[in-house]
Design a protein around this ligand. Structure first.
Ligand SMILES: C[S@@+](CC[C@H](N)C(=O)[O-])C[C@H]1O[C@@H](n2cnc3c(N)ncnc32)[C@H](O)[C@@H]1O
Length: 344
């Protein structure tokens, strides 16, 4: 990829941040794209990783870690009264990047975008409720689990806008606007016999470094999201999540054979399958169909992510020995801000 392409990725990121109202990230990536020395960091990011997210994450990570610099004054995640981007930001940034060059280079070369958005539980819960009503207790395997925070969906509380009461008693309350038909919600949590998170590079909530990287990936203009993640990581440290390091999409057959219990298997993945290339995706679906046919078992796949037209929904795909059928469950906001249930 030519160097202009990396710069364009930075500028595109700034545009998205502007639309999202993130003051600092509307400016910071453009400052970097405009400066040859700073852009050298972007060239180090592996091609398959989103350049700007990694460079922004690397800077944020060091600041969260406590590296002292005037740059921290611009971050809403580091001060209650963040300084709006101004003429001095460029020189502060240059100085910060010069002083921390080695660490920044190392982070840019090695880190991945693994954002774990706990508020996606807002649509995972009704999807699992919908399935539980139909198939009873199940085992849950999440592909692309990151730190596995979504596997803890029954440790959070839920404030859906159409209800007067909060569901659950956990300390972290996830709020969401319900648009149109209310989603199915449980009287008691769906019964999950076993839960396993699979990731090509699992992150551990017991690791300070992994926690910091997850927090660093959150945009500094979105403090509620940052705080939500911090709380979910706290909850996670007292849970016993089973996380497995594997290429979950390529090795789906091996995983299904390994976790072959008498209860039905629910596969969940959100914003992960888009990180693999098209041939790998086709192979994943072929493997699922072949597994269902040869084992005689039905696999229930809940998939959340973008469609090629940029719409985002949540779908249930039932891979039975006879056929594969898709039901759209809901349209959703990618961070769970709202949900619009559509399944019958
Ligand atoms: C953007 S994160 C989403 C995490 C979580 N599903 C969520 O919605 O909060 C995508 C995750 O997928 C993982 N991933 C990408 N390709 C993978 C693969 N082939 N097998 C397993 N995990 C993969 C990444 O490492 C990353 O942790």
């Amino acid at each position: 990829m030519d160097r202009d392409h990396y710069s364009r990725r930075m500028i595109d990121f700034a545009r998205v941040a502007r639309n999202d109202g993130d003051q600092l990230y509307s400016v910071l990536p453009e400052l970097i794209a405009d400066n040859r020395e700073l852009m050298e960091l972007g060239y180090l990011v592996p091609i398959a990783q989103p350049t700007a997210n990694i460079v922004m994450g690397a800077i944020h990570y060091l600041l969260l870690k406590g590296v002292d610099s005037p740059v921290q004054e611009y971050y809403g995640t580091l001060t209650d009264t963040p300084r709006p981007p101004d003429d001095e930001l460029r020189s502060h940034l240059l100085e910060f990047c010069r002083e921390n060059r080695e660490d920044l280079e190392d982070l840019c070369k090695t880190k991945r975008v693994q954002t774990n958005e706990v508020r996606r539980s807002i649509f995972l819960l009704p999807s699992l409720t919908y399935l539980h009503e139909r198939i009873g207790p199940f085992q849950l395997i999440e592909l692309g689990t990151s730190a596995g925070l979504l596997l803890n969906f029954d440790q959070y509380s839920y404030d859906y806008s159409h209800r007067d009461t909060i569901l659950g008693s956990g300390p972290l309350v996830l709020q969401s606007e319900v648009r149109g038909t209310p989603p199915p919600l449980p009287g008691s949590w769906p019964q999950v016999i076993r839960r396993v998170g699979v990731d090509i590079n699992p992150l551990y909530c017991h690791s300070d470094d992994d926690k910091l990287w997850l927090l660093a990936l959150v945009w500094p203009g979105n403090l509620p999201r940052f705080n939500r993640l911090r709380e979910a990581l706290e909850i996670c440290t007292s849970s016993q999540l089973e996380l497995v390091k594997d290429d979950g999409f390529t090795n789906i057959t091996g995983l299904l054979e390994q976790y072959s219990y008498d209860v039905p298997t629910v596969l969940y993945h959100s914003f992960a399958i888009n990180q693999i290339h098209r041939e790998a995706r086709d192979k994943f679906y072929n493997d699922l169909r072949t597994y269902a046919t040869t084992s005689g078992k039905t696999i229930y796949e809940i998939r959340n992510g973008w469609h090629p037209d940029d719409s985002i929904d949540i779908e249930l795909r039932v891979h039975s020995p006879q056929s594969s059928e898709t039901t759209k469950l809901a349209d959703v906001h990618h961070h769970g801000e709202w949900i619009s249930w559509v399944a019958p």
